[in-house]
Design a protein around this ligand. Structure first.
Ligand SMILES: [Zn+2]
Ligand SMILES: [Zn+2]
Length: 147
């Protein structure tokens, strides 16, 4: 089980499932919402992600064209996770957790990013991760300069 939380500690999360994938995203939205050159994310099963506290939700249409809900600590502002916005009761099947919120650095060390997306927007001084699949935009379409 992986546990984590925000900077101030008011929001805690527990994840009881397998991490499906680890990724870096270089899109402009991720820069804004993390304040960092890119986001480092774990894709997880929503049903196995348990959240204590009440994150603030901000919905926005992403570069991909999908409406994405991003969740933040309402007190300290830590970006926690995001998922496709939908308007039913059921949350989207997968959730993209900002990996840095996990407490145990061991988990982060184990999950070196397997893929990088929106590499067209990668800052010039940021190197690609060795062996990570490279995607110029969202997942799937054309695989770009992967070595
Ligand atoms: Zn907080
Ligand atoms: Zn992004």
């Amino acid at each position: 089980m992986a546990v984590g939380g925000c900077f101030c500690g008011n929001i805690r999360i527990e994840y009881t499932g397998q991490i499906l994938a680890s990724a870096l995203c270089h899109c402009r939205d991720c820069r804004k919402l993390t304040g960092c050159p890119f986001s480092y994310d774990f894709i997880v099963k929503s049903a196995e992600l348990h959240v204590s506290g009440s994150p603030k939700v901000v919905a926005k249409t992403a570069d991909s064209g999908n409406a994405i809900s991003n969740y933040f600590c309402p007190d300290c502002g830590t970006p926690l996770f995001g998922r496709k916005a939908n308007f039913s009761e059921e949350p989207a099947e997968t959730t993209v957790v900002r990996a840095g919120i996990f407490d145990d650095r061991g988990i982060l060390n184990e999950r070196k990013p397997e893929l990088e997306i929106f590499t067209d927007s990668r800052l010039e001084w940021v190197c690609s991760i060795e062996k990570a699949s490279q995607f110029s935009g969202m997942l799937a379409p054309q695989e770009s300069d992967s070595s």
